[in-house]
Design a protein around this ligand. Structure first.
Ligand code: KIV
Length: 250
């Protein structure tokens, strides 16, 4: 799985072998420059789902339910879910399980495929005191394992495990039947997820240990811009074939 927030990249993801697109609330950080995901709203996610769906008509698209969107009334939650699903998402991803079991059951029973998300759930960054690895102590690991089992009972179809020790991710992957999708959770998960800009090497300000850059596009982009600037200055761009002639007469 890979995150994606716009139609240009969605077309490229759709051409690749990647199975699933996540319109994550990391859109708030990656596309809007915020320092955390808390500023994402259902409306913002829905806009980006529309853009992604326009570029990737046949892909399986999961949309994040952003900060607190499932913690108000049932009506408010359903409104948020309708917004992102009618924008084109096939499923929603919801962080955490504590206090959310009833709404998770209700959504699943209502025909909404729900993906869970445990470990470093970024919407709780203020409780964690920063973006820190979770589940390192035995008691914290047991708690996350038990949360994964509860999520499975709620009917989620997959669970994202973010920034937890690999051994814990392996234990969870063995303990639940639904697939686990890891980010900073080692190789034992059933699948992996990364933020597109991180894996393409576009976002080099932020380089967590778990990111591998499968390309170095920042360098390519800056080089291309510099060539465009240089060739505009020296008059070699545009050339004749890149220019229009006046209408041929007769
Ligand atoms: O929003 C996001 O990018 C995510 C991934 C980190 C799983 O939720």
């Amino acid at each position: 799985m890979v995150t994606c927030y716009d139609s240009t990249f969605a077309k490229l993801v759709a051409l690749s072998d990647v199975d699933c697109i996540l319109v994550g609330d990391s859109v708030a950080m990656t596309m809007y420059g915020h320092s955390d995901t808390l500023k994402a709203t259902p409306g913002l996610i829905a806009r980006h789902v529309q853009a992604v769906r326009a570029g990737a008509q046949k892909s399986f698209v999961v949309a994040d339910l952003p900060f607190l969107a499932h913690r108000g009334s049932v009506d408010e939650t359903l409104k948020a879910v309708k917004l992102v699903m009618r924008a084109g998402a096939n499923a929603v991803k919801i962080e955490g399980v504590d206090g959310s079991e009833d709404i998770l059951h209700l959504l699943v029973e209502s025909g909404v495929p729900v993906m869970g998300h445990l470990g470093l759930t970024p919407q709780s960054v203020n409780v964690f005191g920063g973006f820190r690895v979770q589940g390192r102590s035995e008691s914290a690991a047991n708690r996350i394992l038990e949360q994964a089992k509860r999520l499975e009972k709620c009917g989620v179809f997959a669970i994202v495990l973010e920034c937890v020790p690999s051994s814990l991710a392996a234990d969870i992957t063995k303990a639940v039947k639904v697939p686990t999708i890891g980010i900073g959770a080692g190789a034992s998960c059933d699948g992996q997820v990364l933020v597109l800009q991180d894996l393409l090497g576009l976002n080099t300000d932020f380089q967590p240990k778990f990111v591998r850059q499968f390309a170095k596009l920042k360098t390519d982009v800056v080089d291309a811009l510099n060539r465009y600037h240089q060739e505009s200055q020296d008059g070699t761009f545009p050339n004749e074939s890149e220019s229009f002639n006046s209408q041929p007469k007769g």
